[in-house]
Design a protein around this ligand. Structure first.
Ligand SMILES: [Zn+2]
Length: 70
C-alpha cells in the first residue's frame, strides 16, 4: 500500500471508492471509479475542524436550485 498523497504520512487506512461519470472530449459519458485515500492523519485533522457551511456558496447553490439548475 502506498503512502497518503495529501500529507505524505504513509498511514493509510484504505481507499474509498467513489463511482462517478466523466465526459470525454467528444461528449461521451464514461463510468469511472475514483479512489480516495483514507488516511489516519488527515481524518484526525478533519475531525478537529468545526463544520460550518460556506454562506456564499450555499446562497449560490440555493439560487441555482430555485432556477431549476440543480
Ligand atoms: Zn494523509
Amino acid at each position: 500500500m502506498t503512502g497518503c498523497s495529501w500529507c505524505r504520512s504513509g498511514v493509510l487506512l484504505g481507499f474509498l471508492r467513489l463511482p462517478g461519470v466523466w465526459t470525454n472530449a467528444v461528449g461521451a459519458e464514461l463510468r469511472v471509479v475514483d479512489e480516495v485515500p483514507l488516511c489516519a492523519d488527515c481524518v484526525w485533522h478533519w475531525g478537529d475542524q468545526p463544520r460550518r457551511p460556506d454562506a456564499v456558496a450555499l446562497a449560490g447553490e440555493l439560487e441555482a436550485w430555485r432556477r431549476g439548475e440543480l
